[in-house]
Ligand binder design. Structure first.
Ligand code: ADP
Length: 453
């Protein structure tokens, strides 16, 4: 079996020794201790094939990496470096830089931060920063064992395990998948067998009066402490363009994070209009575009009909072609949002599943679904494009609202009434929503006294 990368270059050859069926439920239970689909890997496993193969792997070349090439060391290189040091220890700072869970800091940013730390705050002879190309499985305690084993192979004899190592967050009932110190306990149990001593790190808090960190468990009650959670870092600092305090993180790291996570009003957002033909999507979207430009945002308007003249040229109006059109718009919108722009999309987008796919592609936090809730009778009376008349006469088939269903959104962020409100009123309503969520900067008075959504 040839193992190739995405560009079809041959990386390795496996001599297959075994082909075996695997049981999803069994593996999920044993490795992740859960069947909950909120677990990213359990969800992913549902897309895996029914058979697994195993056998000897003959590596012809390692995958090519173009980022941080100086830090891409093999286990052999790391061992050499380690062997030159005295026994009292060298820190192997060994971040895994593979696939991780949505919302995690990307590895480019993480590694830039580690580089800044390694260069500025450690004796260069006492630290080795190297990257581990490994996808996170988020298996908590069992992942800690696996990570320890891999580090052992890289020459480490101690392994630091923090709170909630490789945790996937909460399950569908809102409970954490694994206890915060389960990973430490499991690794402790097997550390002799693995040949790696576990160095536990407990939860630390800052003592502002003493200007130092201490373990939570060692602090007498009533002591004034400070801490900033991951969520607070994003919501109360980065999203608002506030600098993280030096007691929390080194200034170099604060700056790297601020570059990657600009304040909300410079982050991308997709405003997705959905509704029947003639509901008023394009009309409202055009007004909103101008208002957002006025507020200093960069806007791309992707109008379903306009897109058909270039991006989706040649597509027809069959169910399949219309879905393809929506997915293309969604793909482009996701790119725009990722690069901190505003994408306004106006297309009928009648199917809930397709809209949800687009939402997931973009990320729900940056997706504003606007339901233009105009009754069919009103749309049909407007009939600006003469389409309803044609559909009624049977000249066009599968027309949304006539002989093809429109599935209204279950929980749109914004719902518009175009019968009692003008396009401008509606556009300002959306602008206000965006202001409330930080995506545009508004004079504070306007937000407090403004319209209710
Ligand atoms: P869609 O993009 O949803 O197919 P359009 O915006 O192209 O719809 O067409 C909506 C039509 O309805 C336009 O001719 C517009 O002038 C008219 N219209 C009347 N009242 C409103 C309103 N309150 N909001 C939006 N459009 C309205």
């Amino acid at each position: 079996m040839a193992l190739r990368d995405a560009k079809n270059d041959l990386l390795a050859v496996m001599t297959i020794e075994e082909i075996y069926a695997w049981d999803l439920a069994e593996v999920a239970q044993k490795a992740f201790d859960t069947l909950d689909l909120r677990h990213p890997l359990v969800a992913e496993m549902h897309h895996w094939g029914k058979l697994h193969i195993s056998g000897k792997l003959q590596v012809l070349q390692l995958p090519k990496h173009y980022d941080f090439q100086g830090l891409r060391l093999t286990p052999a290189q790391e061992l050499t470096k380690r062997a030159t040091q005295e026994v009292d220890g060298v820190l192997l700072l060994h971040p895994s830089v593979g696939m991780t869970k949505p919302g995690d800091v990307d590895h480019y940013t993480r590694v830039r931060a580690y580089k800044a730390l390694a260069a500025g705050y450690y004796d260069p002879n006492r630290i080795l920063l190297a990257l581990l190309p490994l996808a996170m499985r988020l298996a908590g305690p069992r992942e800690a064992l696996w990570h320890a084993l891999i580090r052992r192979n890289h020459g480490a004899n101690h392994f630091i395990v923090g709170r909630d190592h490789a945790g996937p967050g909460n399950d569908s009932t809102g409970q954490p998948f694994y206890g915060p110190y389960d990973a430490q306990e499991l690794l402790q149990r097997y550390s002799a067998e693995l040949g790696v001593s576990m160095v536990p790190f407990r939860e630390l808090v800052y003592l502002p009066e003493q200007e130092r960190y201490e373990e939570v468990s060692r602090i007498p009650s009533g002591t004034r402490t400070a801490s900033i959670s991951g969520t607070q870092v994003r919501e109360q600092y980065l999203n608002q363009g506030r600098t993280l305090p030096p007691w929390f993180t080194r200034p170099e790291v604060a700056e790297i994070l601020a570059e990657t996570y600009p304040p909300r009003h410079r982050q991308g957002v997709c405003i997705w209009f959905t509704g029947l033909s003639g509901a008023g999507k394009s009309t409202t979207a055009e007004v909103l575009t101008v208002l957002l430009l006025e507020h200093g945002r960069q806007v791309t308007l992707l109008d379903g009909d306009v897109v058909r003249t270039h991006l989706s040229k040649g597509l027809g109006f069959s169910k399949e072609d219309r879905n393809t059109n929506i997915r293309r718009i969604g793909f482009v919108a996701a790119e725009i949002v990722q690069h901190d722009g505003v994408a306004i999309c106006a297309a009928v987008s009648p199917y809930r599943a397709t809209r949800n796919d687009v939402r997931n592609l973009i990320g729900s936090e940056h997706f504003v679904e606007v339901f233009v809730d105009t009754p069919l009778e009103v749309c049909e009376t407007r009939d600006t494009k003469g389409m309803y008349a044609k559909a009624r006469r049977g000249e066009i088939k599968d027309f949304t609202g006539i002989d093809d269903p429109y599935e209204p959104p279950a929980q749109p962020e914004v719902t518009l009434d175009t019968v009692t409100h003008t396009p401008e009123e509606n556009a300002r309503l959306i602008l206000h929503y965006l202001g409330q969520h930080g995506f545009v900067r508004m004079p504070t008075g306007m937000l407090q006294n403004g319209m209710k959504i």
